[in-house]
Design a protein around this ligand. Structure first.
Ligand code: NAP
Ligand code: MG
Length: 403
């Protein structure tokens, strides 16, 4: 066999939990290490190691990502009360993704992987729709109160010199509710730059929408910041790349998305992104086919699958039962990271390998060989359900044929 592909710069590898940790190793053993001299800096973000290191390992992994520029992450458990018992945790450690996102100040982009035989519920969608969700503020950092009858609610801002600016919200004759939201120009600017950079990177149009006709200051500020940054930093680059930045109202955007063919990035405010990413993911077919990449404003990339650790399959695996767990999104996290590493390092062999591995994966499913979750959706006639490892081996067969 030909020499293994070499890597110049280490890729930050973040291992994870449960079934996805099992899949992680299977992917490496069967589809990566036989072909690539994997140069990774390994961080074990499995819950056991997070407990042992008091979660320092997560911070170290995020800092390594800052240093090297590209990471690939396995799904990890976000502890809740059950997990504290199950893993005998000293603390309910925070979500690793939250910790990493806070350190990298990134925006998450989610895109579906399309294959023949799995038709989106919206038949006009021919190309992926990537959702970019702002990850700071609005209703996720709100302050809210129940208000008694005969109360006056005001918005009060005190500036650095102690001057107050007041605005009446409502005179409550009867009981009601009130909510205070905020966002920060800097965070909106980082979000805008991450979206513009990702659009250039993937050569797709960028759509952004808010409700600025109703929210003439709050939402309008989002619109203005995007417009200013676009005009001063990106307009020429977009024109050179032949792509477009398009702003509209959120309700108009929803109508256009449904009628569209796909093939663009849809930037959403925090709440809109929460709602629309589930709508888009479901309409495209399966969470196990959604990839996710965190991009920082400086152009640092962290790739992962959008789904979790597939706990129920893991318990079956532990009992020695065969599982049919879909590894596609995890595999595409690896290929995304390797391709990006190859682009940054100018190692076309690595880019080519990542592309071929994706091609082999899609071909496997389109040949009718798939895991149970996809078989339930696929309209192919000759489909054959295989277990977790057999699926990877079927990909390997096709990969060897293309390499
Ligand atoms: P999940 O792991 O995404 O799984 C939910 C269900 O979706 C599974 O039980 C399975 O359904 C189906 N599914 C998801 N991925 C699949 C795949 N690759 N192949 C086949 N079926 C798949 O979500 P969860 O059960 O809510 O969370 C489990 C753990 O993951 C939690 O501890 C949570 O904290 C963590 N989590 C991590 C991340 C992350 O690291 N990014 C994201 C979300 C959740 P069936 O059982 O019906 O087959
Ligand atoms: Mg949600």
């Amino acid at each position: 066999m030909a020499d293994k592909i070499k890597m110049k710069t280490p890729l930050v590898e973040m291992d994870g939990d449960e079934m996805t940790r099992i899949i992680w190793k299977m992917i490496k053993d069967n589809l990566l290490t036989p072909y690539v001299e994997l140069n990774t800096e390994y961080y074990d973000l499995g819950l056991k190691k997070r407990e042992e290191t008091k979660d320092q390992i997560t911070v170290d992994a995020a800092n390594a990502t800052k240093k090297y520029g590209v990471a690939v992450k396995c799904a990890t458990i976000t502890p809740n009360a059950d997990r504290v018992k199950e893993y005998n945790l000293s603390q309910m450690w925070k979500s690793p993704n939250g910790t990493i996102r806070a350190i990298l100040d990134g925006t998450v982009f989610r895109s579906p992987i399309l294959v023949k035989g799995i038709t989106p519920f919206i038949p006009s969608w021919k190309k992926p729709i990537t959702i970019a969700r702002h990850a700071y503020g609005d209703v996720y950092k709100n302050v809210e109160m129940l208000v008694d009858e005969n109360s006056k609610a005001e918005l009060v801002v005190t500036d650095k010199d102690g001057n107050e600016t007041r605005e009446l919200i409502h005179n409550f004759d009867t009981p009601g509710i009130i909510q205070g939201l905020h966002n920060i120009d800097k965070s909106i600017g980082s979000f805008a730059r991450a979206c513009f950079n990702f659009a250039l990177d993937t050569k797709q149009d960028l759509w952004f929408a808010t409700k600025d006709t109703i929210s003439k200051k709050y939402d309008h500020r989002f619109k203005d910041i995007f417009a200013e940054i676009y005009a001063s930093e990106y307009k020429d680059k977009f024109e050179a790349a032949g792509i477009e930045y398009f702003y509209t109202l959120i309700d108009d955007a929803v109508a256009r998305v449904v009628r569209s063919e796909g093939g663009y990035i849809w930037a959403c405010k925090n709440y809109d992104g929460d709602v629309m990413s589930d709508m888009v993911a479901t309409a495209f077919g399966s969470l196990a086919m959604m990839t996710s990449v965190l991009v920082s404003p400086e152009g640092i990339y962290e790739y992962e699958a959008a789904h979790g650790t597939v706990q129920r399959h893991y318990y079956r695996y532990l009992k020695g039962e065969k599982t049919s767990t879909n590894s596609v999104a995890t595999l595409f996290a690896w290929t995304g990271a390797l391709r990006k590493r190859g682009e940054l390092d100018d190692t076309p062999d690595l880019v080519d390998f990542a592309n071929k591995l994706e091609k082999a994966t899609i071909q496997t499913i389109e040949d009718g060989i798939m895991t149970g979750d996809l078989a339930a959706l696929s309209t192919l006639e000759n489909k054959q359900v295989v277990d977790t490892e057999a699926f990877l081996l079927a990909i390997k067969e096709r990969l060897e044929a293309i390499l």
